[in-house]
Write a protein that binds this ligand. Structure first.
Ligand SMILES: Cc1ncc(COP(=O)(O)O)c(C=O)c1O
Length: 402
């Protein structure tokens, strides 16, 4: 078995070798600009772009004409939220989202607030799920847009976007969904869902980085104000020469996802559940987020009485994400876990494990053994752990002020 072990598939995935193989000719001999309408190089590239558009549309049961290429889910979220808010601002200036959205949504909504829009950030239930009654109560006559993610990147919880969409449609409010973490994990049927805008990214689904797409509903038609101005590509919604090789990669990655999703989810769920069983036999291990409404590859655990930074250092041969300060750009413990009502301590001691297509049983068993060993050792160094083991209620202890 090769070290380090990769268990951070929610951060990014390797490009599937089948995807890479399809991309290479479009970097070399098939290098034409898909916007060149007057010669065979352009036609060849354009054909590949349109085939990929159909492959992306097929995974989510959309019309290929509803797919707009972008540089990734960050750009798709920006285009959807700012594009819709700017276009429809005459109807109202209120936007609703959730506190556990990805920063690509939260910071975009904050930007709208700076422009004079108003925003409501809904808290999830402790499970991570949105309470539909609280959601309904947040809507106002001037609400023009709701943005709720399908799958949360930290805790893997799946929101009920079918129900949220019904409520939005009934009230004539546009509904945007960030589905960056959902493709290949969750069935998405845009013929059935009342979703108007949906963001996708290739690199979370075994495609290349730097390419994504935005679904823009045609019936009823959704309009957007462009955020990138130029040659009028993508029906004026997103200018810029299309990166054919990246697009071909995304198309092939989504084709594979559609074909292999059922078996892959089964295998990945088995690995995730094996990991959970091997870790939860330890004391004071807390699961973050609902386990029932959750993608099969994600596990987010807090290891009480262990400092997140020390744990990450102790298991440096295993690539995972931490809800703790020093491994992320911000100094705060995970805002997602805090929004679930987790204490700072538990948020700091959290680890997100995300397994995937190339994870093996051997790797899972190695990680289980390593964590059991290291957590045992780290806890031996913790005075709080000693007190807990002696049966002292830590909530009643008077700590000295510093
Ligand atoms: C839920 C979610 N939205 C958006 C993004 C940003 O996607 P991209 O890296 O394609 O810009 C990510 C990835 O980190 C994500 O997990």
């Amino acid at each position: 078995m090769k070290l380090p072990i990769y268990m951070d598939y929610s951060a990014t995935t390797p490009v599937d070798p089948r995807v890479a193989e399809k991309m290479i000719p479009y970097l070399t001999e098939k290098f034409g600009n898909p916007a060149s309408r007057s010669h065979a190089f352009g036609w060849e590239a354009d054909e590949a772009v349109e085939q990929a558009r159909a492959q992306v549309a097929a995974l989510v049961n959309a019309d290929p004409k509803e797919i707009v290429w972008t540089s990734g889910a960050t750009e798709s979220n920006n285009l959807a939220i700012k594009g819709a808010a700017h276009f429809y601002q005459g109807k109202g200036k209120h936007v609703v989202t959730m506190r556990i959205e990805h920063k690509a949504v939260l910071d975009t909504v904050r930007e709208l607030e700076r422009e004079g829009f108003e925003a409501t950030y809904l808290d999830p239930e402790p499970s991570g799920l949105l309470d539909l009654e609280k959601f309904k109560a947040s809507l106002r006559p001037d609400t023009i847009l709701v943005s709720v993610m399908l799958v949360n990147n930290e805790i893997g919880v799946i929101q009920d976007i079918a129900a949220i969409g019904e409520i939005c449609r009934e009230k004539g409010i546009l509904f945007h969904v960030d589905a960056a973490q959902a493709t290949g994990k969750v069935e998405i049927d845009l013929q059935k869902l009342k979703v108007d805008l949906m963001s996708f990214s290739a690199h979370k689904t075994y495609g290349p980085k730097g390419i994504g797409a935005l679904y823009v509903r045609r019936k009823p038609r959704v309009r957007l104000e462009a955020q990138m101005h130029g040659g009028g590509h993508e029906r004026g919604m997103r200018s810029g020469t299309l990166p054919t090789h990246q697009i071909v990669g995304m198309g092939e990655a989504f084709r594979i996802a559609r074909e292999e999703m059922t078996q892959e989810n089964e295998r990945v769920r088995m690995l995730r559940d094996r990991l959970l069983n091997g870790l939860k036999s330890m004391e004071e291990v807390h699961i973050n987020g609902d386990m029932e409404h959750r993608v099969p590859h994600n596990l987010n655990l807090s290891f009480n009485f262990v400092e997140g930074e020390s744990l990450i250092m102790a298991i440096k041969d295993v690539a995972v994400s931490s809800g703790s300060a020093c491994t992320s750009a911000s100094l705060e413990p995970s805002y997602v876990l805090r929004a679930l009502g987790r204490s700072d301590e538990l948020a700091h001691s959290s680890i997100r494990f995300s397994v995937g297509r190339f994870t093996t049983v051997e790797e899972v068993d190695y990680v289980i053994a390593l964590l059991n060993d290291k957590i045992g050792k780290l806890r031996e160094l913790s005075p709080l752990w000693d007190m807990y083991k002696e049966g002292i209620d830590l909530n009643t202890v008077q700590w000295a002020a510093h």
